[in-house]
Design a binder for this molecule. Structure first.
Ligand code: IVH
Length: 670
């Protein structure tokens, strides 16, 4: 086998060099950062097993790729390093343990955490407080002189604020990036002009910064944020990274919009990381991870660096949740209200840990907004467990076919019309459309409805196709004989389902109302209605005026409920429910007098331990009120992950803002 490791090293180096050229010089990467890191790690491992194979020109022995030759070159006062990446908590803790070991094992240290801005790095040198030069990272040692272009970025001060000390030379490094909305606008403009769209904010920022004509750079919405020190005057007496960031703020240099935080141990750092991961979507710019740095510069120095990156810092990256793919076809799915939703079939692609082959396009206005056509290359995103969506079209016009609303329903052949109530929906208007009936029944039996286990897609679809179920009430009259007609249904399974259906009959009225899928009536309205009327009978007999009297219900919902219960089919359903011995009741909730009685709560963002309606139910049980909008009268705004504008409004109005933890404390000891 002699010679094999040598060949493997050569092949790996060639491959890495090709990708470095694609990434650093041409701005056209073909692989993800993670795949690139894997190649480097493989080579590093090979070289450490066979030290005799290490060559001076190995990619592990230098900082980056080749500098582009179009601009004058600037040698950096010290190398501009890149960062090692970790992708999981386990890897991060390993990094922490290595740092501890490197510091002799006993040293306690503090780290700073900042967002990892997804842009391109830039070094700024100020001479006696005046911007003297700006350089890209280049190969890490020598970069390109982009001073003229950097001067056009408005957030870069041409003259520094006062540090209270003389500074012959002051060098800082940071990231040039773009806001998401500016980037989207840029792409909309490109689409309007029939040009090529930009792939991502990072590549575009790098491209814009390296324009020959600085007028073009000036017209681009570039931003800058300092993230690390270059060479600093000793007289400043900077001892910590956080202190440097504070100094920059004082000098009027832009720093990351999300303030630097500190942590004293790995657990704290992981917590802060998770918070940022959860709130990343609500930031105005893209971040692809969190950069964690040992705060104390002396400890940084003690740890030093490898050939490529510092040992005192690490990028804890979010796993990729975006991917490029191509739209190969469009299918239409028909929902329970008849709404026809276009679904893009895409070339299967891995995204956020799962393989995606179809992506909802939501509605036809969205199709138009995105300008997406069959044959287009698109960027898709999957955030957490949310269904994937198309972010933007990557390539402009070509051989494409447009996506138009169908004229007839793909399931029942019924007419498809644009909704008349100002909604963006197209609907199949046939009330007997089996697709709609199936969807309605699936929702009826789902966890948000009557929670009838075993009545899922496959069973419902067969029950509808065999004509055994034509409406909700039919579910309660199913018998064993009926169920044995279904595929894969034998004695036991049929009996189990019948038991589940019996349990479904005992659910509270609020669950039934949510299950019926009445327009505009979600969990919250269902609860309000159920609490007010107590039984299906009473609600069915309520007049429009009775409904309007419910605080917090709103005219659209009460009108929708009133007209639903006037429908002959609903009247028939209520009667049939009764005939099969079903009477939906809402148990009376005990209201406890507490310090919260009479207070108003508003919730925004996702909570970890409660669904929105659970949280609302908890406060109403304590005699408080849950409202959907913030005003001066609001007592508390509870802010979860990815909060909306309500959090900002609360701050403005001086309303007390609670984190989930604080909220829990309050309701546990009211
Ligand atoms: S510190 C020696 N902090 O990420 C450490 N870098 O993958 C120097 N980046 O080249 C970098 N946000 O351009 C640092 N908060 C942050 C950052 C950050 C983005 C970029 C930077 C660097 C690259 C490394």
């Amino acid at each position: 086998m002699s010679g094999a490791p040598q060949k493997e090293a050569q092949d790996l180096r060639k491959e890495i060099e090709r990708h470095e050229h694609l990434y650093y010089v041409l701005d056209a990467p073909e692989i993800t950062d993670k795949e690139y890191d894997d190649l480097i790690h493989r080579l590093e491992a090979l070289e450490s097993r066979h030290p005799e194979l290490v060559t001076p020109d190995s990619p592990t022995q230098r900082v980056g790729g080749k500098a582009s030759s179009a601009f004058a070159q600037i040698r950096h006062s010290k190398p501009m390093l890149s960062l090692d990446n970790v992708y999981s908590e386990e890897e991060f803790r390993q990094w922490w343990a290595r740092a501890e070991k490197g510091l002799g094992g006993k040293t306690q240290f503090e780290v700073t955490l900042e967002p990892k801005m997804d842009g391109t790095s830039l070094s700024l040198v100020y001479k006696n407080d005046v911007l003297a030069s700006a350089a890209t990272r280049g190969d890490g040692n020598v970069g390109e002189d982009v001073t003229a272009n950097a001067r056009t970025i408005r957030s870069i001060p041409l003259r520094l604020g006062s540090a209270g000390a003389e500074m012959e030379t002051f060098e800082c490094r940071g990231e040039v990036y773009m806001h998401k909305k500016d980037f989207d606008e840029l792409n909309r403009q490109a689409l309007r002009d029939g040009g090529k769209t930009f792939v991502n904010p990072r590549n575009s920022a790098s491209g814009f910064l390296r324009q020959k004509d600085s007028k073009i750079t000036a017209s681009r919405p570039l931003k800058f944020a300092v993230h690390s020190a270059g060479t600093l005057p000793e007289s400043l007496g900077i001892e910590k990274h956080a202190q440097f960031i504070d100094l920059c703020r004082k000098l009027r240099l832009p720093v990351t919009a999300t303030p630097t935080q500190t942590a004293k141990n790995a657990d704290e750092a992981v917590k802060i990381y998770s918070r940022w991961l959860a709130s990343r979507q609500s930031l105005s710019y893209e971040i692809d991870g969190v950069v964690i740095k040992i705060n104390d510069l002396k400890l940084q120095k003690a740890l030093g660096m490898t050939s490529k990156s510092p040992r005192w810092a690490v990028a804890f990256k979010f796993s990729a949740s975006q991917a490029e793919t191509a739209v190969i076809a469009v299918e239409y799915s028909v929902g329970r209200t008849g709404t026809v939703t276009p679904v893009a079939k895409v070339t299967p692609v891995e995204c956020g840990g799962v393989t995606i082959s179809s992506v909802s396009l939501h509605n036809f206005d969205e199709v138009e907004r995105l300008g997406v056509k069959i044959g287009d290359k698109v960027l898709i995103e999957r955030a957490g467990d949310v269904i994937p969506k198309v972010i933007r079209v990557i390539e402009g016009p070509g051989k494409k076919s447009s996506i138009a609303p169908p004229k007839i329903c793909p399931v029942c052949g019924g007419q498809v019309l644009r909704a008349e109530d100002g909604e963006v929906a197209y609907r199949c208007v046939n009330p007997l459309c089996p697709a709609q009936l199936e969807r309605r029944l699936i929702h009826f039996a789902s966890r948000n409805g009557l929670d009838i286990e075993g009545l899922g897609e496959s069973a419902v679809s067969q029950l509808v196709q065999k004509g055994l179920v034509k409406n909700f009430a039919n579910i309660f009259t199913l018998n064993k004989e009926n169920l044995l007609k279904l595929e894969l249904f034998a004695d036991k399974k049929a009996e189990n389902l019948l038991k589940q259906i019996e349990t479904g009959k005992t659910r509270p009225l609020s669950k039934l109302l949510a299950a019926l899928g009445i327009r505009h009536v979600g969990e919250r309205a269902s609860r309000l209605l159920a609490e007010r009327f107590g039984s299906l009978d009473t609600l069915a007999r309520a007049s429009a005026e009775d409904l309007e009297k419910i605080p917090d219900l709103g005219p659209v919902i009460s009108e929708s409920v009133a007209s639903f219960f006037r429908l002959p089919s609903t009247v028939k359903m209520v009667k049939e429910f009764k005939e099969s011995g079903v009477n939906f009741l809402e148990p009376k909730r005990k209201i406890v007098e507490s310090a919260l009685t009479g207070k108003t709560f508003v919730f925004t963002g996702e909570l970890e331990s409660f669904s929105r309606s659970e949280a609302e139910a908890r406060v109403t049980a304590l005699g408080a009120r849950a409202s959907s909008s913030v005003s001066k009268k609001t007592d508390y705004v509870v802010v979860g992950a990815s909060p909306g504008s309500k959090a900002e409004k609360a701050q403005k109005l001086g309303v007390r803002v609670l984190t989930e933890r604080e909220f829990k404390k309050i309701i546990e000891n009211p």
